[in-house]
Design a binder for this molecule. Sequence first.
Ligand SMILES: Nc1ncnc2c1ncn2[C@@H]1O[C@H](COP(=O)(O)OP(=O)(O)OP(=O)(O)O)[C@@H](O)[C@H]1O
Length: 564
Amino acid sequence: MAAGGVEISKSSVVVDRVRDLYPRQGGRDGERRQTKRPSDSDRWLKDGRRDLYQRGEAREGDVGQKRRKCSPVSGERKDQVFPPPLGEKTIVDVGSARKISSEGVVKSTEYVSAVSVTSVKHPFDDLEEGQLEDEQVVQAPNIATSKWCLESPKDEAVHVVRNSRWNRSSLTPESGEFQVDSSDERRSNSSESRSLEPLSSHENSEHELDGRINMDVGEEEFCASDLNDSEVDEAEGGLSMLSGSRDVNEYQKLSKINEGTYGVVYKAKDRKTEEIVALKMIKMNMEDEYGFPLTSLREINILLSCNHPSIVNVKEVVVGNGDSVFMVMEHLEHDLRGVMDRMKQPFSTSEVKCLMIQLLEGLKYLHSNWIIHRDLKPSNLLLNNSGELKICDFGMARQYGSPIKPYTQLVVTQWYRSPELLLGTKEYSTAVDMWSIGCIMGELLSLKPLFRGKSQNDIDQLQQIFAVLGTPSETTWPGFTSLPGSKAKFRKQPYNLLRKKFPAASFTGGPVLSELGFDLLNRLLNVDPEKRLTVDEALNHAWFNEVPLQKSKEFMPTFPSKRN
Ligand SMILES: Nc1ncnc2c1ncn2[C@@H]1O[C@H](COP(=O)(O)OP(=O)(O)OP(=O)(O)O)[C@@H](O)[C@H]1O
């Protein structure tokens, strides 16, 4: 690093430490959010990498390329641009961005948000001391280096080791208190024998750890290789993810909202501020006595790093009795699945535009930051009575980039799963999310899932898709025949019949769609991922400029709450 440049902070544990000092609730957080969360959505699109690009500091070819072509789809394209290698060198960790003098003295520390970007070349290497202003801070999620970071999908659980705080005696729950079952206590006690050796001398000092993740699944799992001893020391406990976490009983449980695959979601109230929040209790992996699910770690890591109006805001992570862990999120009254299930009429065109724009803007933020959601579906889209839509459930999300490696294939709920995933590709990209967006758009317009294949039956799901969009061939989809599932005997259906489902006019009250609207839908639902629209292309589609224009959020319909 050039003398006088900005320190390259590798440890986002520092971020988390600062985060602990300034937890998201109130106080400094309020200020931070006001100054760092512009309301103009366009400013969100000005993410860190784009800043780099605009200053001409990104690698050649980064700008103006379809985002998908930046993704590790095939390895065939010579012009592919990949995200900077994760973990190779963190160039700016905004959470701990510091100006450092040539003597190495930290001049200032300001927490902005837990975001950073990794790159081979440091964009600020050439800056003189003191040149880094807040505005220049690169904002992109620092997922690779977050304390919640996970890189490899190979193990589904890591082990939680607790010390005294985890083992503290169970409180007698008052009404509204959170309690976990007694088996947690049993697990908690037996965990003592599994305690880790101290990570640093700090652990034996007054900085007692509350809980720690045992990395016995391998260092890479936690990007621990990113931390050297002094950084671990500096972080006062290194990977003590839950150190400093507040207790769940700071919140009063109001009702159970939903139970998903990975956690139970409660509506709760902050006892001090009276703010209504959603608490997602992380289900421990029952096959492993101390298993902390990988999906939950990913979700926490990504959501703590994201900061966008269309992405659900995680305020903090709190701990309960025994080994329960909760994500504290902003609360939204509905999810789109529930709303659509109760609607008699589909959304109007202007309402669909309002929802689609918010959805695409959130997704643009994710894709710009090299995150694929991988499980977009109506139940993962939250809606409030102010017409705001927010993407949630990042359990399947992951950051992608070099080194190119195949991803786990079983992602995305079947009805929203793209043909390439259904056909067994292991190399996929942001295009899988765009397919889901197409399915969601169709459903918003018609209230019916577009392709409702039989459960757990990929072939049936594909048949449903091909029956509407036409059975692909090597000509219509180059590479199709090399996909593992393409050998199945699909009914030959040579036509695209999508327009029949979404005609320009209808006398039966069915969904209608203008030429431009249909063009957007049809391009989102291109079976060939290479031809499918990118999020930028979708956002810039002329349909959004055609009348009727998008409804403003404040005029969006509200829905009665089915919850308390
Ligand atoms: N912040 C929130 N505010 C209000 N409701 C929420 C919130 N987050 C989640 N929910 C509700 O809880 C449901 C399940 O949440 P989520 O999808 O995060 O859990 P999951 O276990 O990952 O579910 P899945 O089985 O879909 O993977 C959502 O569909 C939504 O109805």
